[in-house]
Design a protein around this ligand. Structure first.
Ligand code: CP
Length: 306
């Protein structure tokens, strides 16, 4: 059976630490890895739009000396003729050595993996999970803070539909002494199942609030998120909630000097571009890190040792 990464907990904490260490080595010695995946092929099957995830996967495989194939929208695949996702993935697994798949339906990569002969990586499934964004976030936090434990992190915005939040809460709940502050409008709170599985089951206390200003001085990391228009059932609710939080330089005046600001991107309006110049803004570094942690993950799943 191939090794799949559907959920971030498919990796142990030790394996995540090892991936971070490999990503750091790739960053320091890129030439060492440039032919590691020669003659290997990555397929990117994206049934939902993406800029960072798809292109960082492709860039990662190319930097490892491999090649890429795939599609960036469902309409250019035979699913538009009625083929099942299972048959599509079975087909692609005959051509590629590893598959990264994004789909708007929660659980689709898990279901598809039952039909694959090669490793499947969940590149985002609906409003559920996004494990490789979480690996990107963990590498970024490690590079910014030098550790993955003993800090207070605030998640702000759409915690209901934000799949990157669900995966990162799950991942960080396995590290020691991480304090969680959940900042959202009442309608966009973190789903109960994430709280139960990741926090309550592990006995981790958390704080919920609607006010970013009230908790700003307490935070070591601020994880901003976009309100996920595509997951709303009606436009009115989206329009009412979309600007609930807009981070500006003024709002950062009460923040710690060593705060790290993360955002999985894309952003719409929730971080003013003026914040980009603030040395605490880490989200463009986060974008870069995504390539290197995905290189490390591809190597691991293909069992290639450099
Ligand atoms: N962070 C992220 O998943 O971005 P894309 O939707 O552009 O891939």
């Amino acid at each position: 059976m191939p090794r799949n990464i559907i959920d971030v907990t498919d990796l142990t904490v030790e394996e995540i630490d090892q991936l971070i260490s490999t990503a750091e080595d790739i960053l320091a010695n890129p030439a060492k890895y440039q032919d590691a995946c020669a003659h290997k092929q990555l397929a990117t099957l994206f049934f939902e739009p993406s800029t960072r995830t798809r292109l960082s996967f492709e860039s990662a495989m190319l930097a490892l000396g491999g090649s890429v194939l795939g599609f960036s929208e469902a309409s250019s695949s035979s699913t538009s003729k009625g083929e099942t996702v299972g048959d599509t993935v079975h087909t692609v697994s005959c051509y590629a050595d590893i598959i990264a798949m994004r789909h708007p339906k929660e659980g689709a990569p898990f279901a598809a993996a039952q039909f694959s002969e090669v490793p499947i990586i969940n590149a985002g499934d609906g409003g559920h999970n996004h494990p490789t964004q979480t690996l990107t976030d963990l590498l970024t936090i490690h590079r910014e803070k030098g550790r993955l434990d003993g800090f207070t992190i605030g998640f702000c915005g759409d915690l209901k539909f934000g799949r990157t939040v669900h995966s990162l809460v799950n991942a960080l709940s396995r590290y020691e002494n991480v304090k969680f502050v959940l900042i959202s409008p009442a309608e966009l709170k973190l789903p109960r199942y994430v709280k139960e599985e990741a926090l309550k089951k592990r006995g981790i206390s958390y704080k919920q609030t609607e006010s970013l200003e009230a908790v700003m001085p307490d935070l070591d990391i601020l994880y901003m998120t976009r309100v996920q228009r595509e997951r709303f059932f009606n436009e009115e609710d989206y329009l009412r909630l979309k600007d609930s939080y807009i981070l500006t330089p003024e709002k950062l005046e009460t923040a710690k000097a060593d705060l790290s600001i993360l955002h999985p991107l894309p952003r719409v309006n929730e971080i003013s571009v003026a914040v980009d110049k603030d040395p605490r803004a880490a989200y463009w570094k986060q974008v870069k890190n995504g390539k290197f942690i995905r290189m490390a993950l591809i190597l691991k799943l293909l069992d290639i040792h450099v």
